[in-house]
Write a protein that binds this ligand. Sequence first.
Ligand code: PLP
Length: 470
Amino acid sequence: MTVQSPKNQIPNSMSARDIAHVLHPYTNLVKHETAGPLVIERGKGIYVYDDQGREYIEGLAGLWCAGLGFSEPALVDAAIEQMRKLPFYHGFGHKTTPPVVELAERLKALSPVPVGKVFFAESGSAANDTLIKLIWYYNNARGKPDKKTILSRNRGYHGVTIATASLTGLPANHRDFDLPIARIRHVDCPHHYRFAEPGESEADFVARLARNLETFIQQEGPDSIAAFFAEPIMGAGGVIVPPQGYFPAMQAVLRRYDILSVSDEVICGFGRTGRQWGAEALDYQPDFLSCAKQLSGAYLPISAVLVPEKVYDVIRDNSGRIGTFGHGFTYGGHPVSAAVAVRALDLYRERDILGHVNRVAPRFQARLRRLAEHPLVGEVRGMGLIGAVELVADKASKRAFAPAAGVGAACMAFAQEEGLIQRAVAGDSMAFCPPMIIEEAEIDEMFDRFERALERTATLVEREGLRQAA
Ligand code: PLP
């Protein structure tokens, strides 16, 4: 049966199965055949509305990305204006467009570390994939052809291409995809609550992780390790805020062995943590940055890689020897996406979004931390306008629920019924990352809805005996 509707709306008489022609990302495809999709039709501010007119607070800003909400006319106008002027042009072979030139200047000025050039792609995955290639190319060019292994962390998230899904340290991204590929290795996740030894202080935990890193590098051979990728705060891995001193301790080791560091700012960039970049908030001084998502407020796809001068110089000379820098995407630096991104950066500044985040974050963090008292909540964590509550079967022992119990998924479903869209990540951690324009009253409303969902989850857990589930 084909969907035919002049307004592109799904006729009420159609079942979920009839409309299931989309292969959904990150979805249990078996369940989907009976559950069907939630069809989101429109948005306003921090809210989205489904095809039945029901309202939801978008507690995850879509996918940690719609920082300016879902109805910003200035971004729409920027797109229309650029569409009319020049709907497409590319950057291959010495070409460029004004919005791309402007955006590169803006990012260079915003960068926390000295930047030589900015490379544009269209997704976070493509930016990180580019970075792996750039680092390999750079090390070949500087006569270090064996220095190629890339380190990332267990539970890190860096994308879904073959190389970036390999960097991602989550089992579902590897299993049955024959990943990770060679030359990508994972080191410890800096989650004190889950991975500290009994009685281990945060400082001792950090020192142990740095020692483990050094031992790993020595065992592998320092001349084989090229780079270390890290999100300042891990998002999809459970919103993990590393303990104080983590990045300085790790970087002290990396620097001893000439290992480059990358800050994946795809979620943390542009004010999410209360600082322009997550790296600044976490005392991380990377060589490279990648960013996407909030770069354009998510209104159009675009991502960027900030390349340091010393690396650029080597890449430039190598491309001269080869005859070209043989890398680039058709839609990398799309002029309409770039025009929207320039406008988004204007709005962040004109409306002092960073100041706003810092004004409302205390309310957000206070409401989040209040949940720590709840019997189902093992840990509450967050910074700025990002956070999570981890649901556990037993608070004292930190015992997690059995994955098959589906407690996080149930909580997410209850939240949706209560009018809140959020995500259960890394099992049963309920993540919050609302549009950065959220106001205090809306923060209260978001947590009120979540608290109702949490109560319903607690009732379900007791009724079904899910604490005991093996
Ligand atoms: N890096 C981080 C930290 C992310 O959270 C994501 C996506 O959520 C990516 C990279 C991949 O970005 P994309 O989905 O645009 O490929």
